[in-house]
Design a protein around this ligand. Structure first.
Ligand SMILES: [Zn+2]
Length: 266
């Protein structure tokens, strides 16, 4: 059965990962712009990164029969410097018409600071102006619930964004209900030692259902697993979930959400 990994940073992964993902049934991925593991020194660094995400990486993925889509932004970790963030925001419109760009992401908060909120609001305004989907990163650990609420409030303040066109990622047991209750989509990130494990994600689906929710690996340059999605599918099957449910979480729901972009096809 085919699957989609809707959040993975392939610029940090090897061709062997593409090979193994294709063998496991991956047919499409979406790659949000993120922190590269170091702070970039200028907006030009982001312009090059956006070219990599819109030209180089789709061609690399295509070699393995995997469709590559992307989201653009300056991530919250580098958004503390508002003047740099504004230079990067000004670059984004010229990339929005590229065939693999689905929207704005992964935007959000890291330390929940005032400057991060300012840059978040400007990204939301950009998405509203160009009628783009949004993919949201939520902060880690103890700041997660507070940060998730601050982000949902910022989106609501904009007034022009339909929550059904926003996916809030890295939800955990204590944030998933608040996200779904407000009409947003929720993403569960399957990490080997933080965020969600495949077992915890299966628990959440059993408690909160399978509407407006998906799973992803968020594989990057750190400790992460590009095969986390197929591993979660195995865990759900082991528990006796129907093929229909497994497929909905790992294929059907991503297709439904992402197709709102008008560009996503598998
Ligand atoms: Zn990410």
């Amino acid at each position: 059965m085919p699957y989609i990994d809707p959040h993975i940073h392939m610029v940090s992964r090897t061709t062997d990962d593409y090979q193994r993902m294709a063998q496991a049934g991956c047919v499409a991925i979406t790659e949000p712009a993120f922190w590269a593991g170091f702070d970039r020194s200028s907006a030009a660094g982001f312009a090059d990164y956006f070219r990599q995400l819109t030209d180089t990486e789709p061609a690399r993925a295509a070699q393995f029969g995997i469709k590559h889509f992307t989201w653009l932004c300056i991530n919250p970790k580098e958004a503390e410097e508002v003047s740099l963030a504004r230079e990067v925001l000004a670059l984004i419109p010229s990339f929005l018409d590229k065939p693999n760009v689905l929207g704005i992401g992964e935007i959000g908060l890291n330390k929940n600071s005032r400057n991060e909120i300012t840059v978040l609001e400007e990204h939301i305004a950009l998405a509203a102006k160009f009628n783009k989907l949004i993919l949201v990163h939520t902060p880690h650990l103890e700041d997660k619930l507070k940060g998730t609420r601050l982000i949902m409030d910022a989106i609501a303040r904009n007034g022009a964004i339909d929550p059904g066109r926003v996916l809030i990622d890295h939800v955990e047991e204590h944030t998933v209900k608040a996200v779904l209750d407000r009409g947003y989509w929720a993403g569960m990130t399957l990490y080997p030692d933080s965020k969600m494990t495949p077992q915890r994600a299966a628990d959440v689906i059993e408690v909160y259902g399978n509407e407006r929710i998906w799973i992803n690996s968020a594989g990057d340059w750190g400790n992460s697993d590009p095969l986390a999605v197929p591993k979660c599918r195995l865990e759900m099957r082991r528990r006796g979930h129907k093929d229909e449910t497994v497929q909905k979480i790992s294929f059907g729901n991503p297709v439904t959400f992402l197709s709102q972009s008008g560009k996503f096809h598998v």
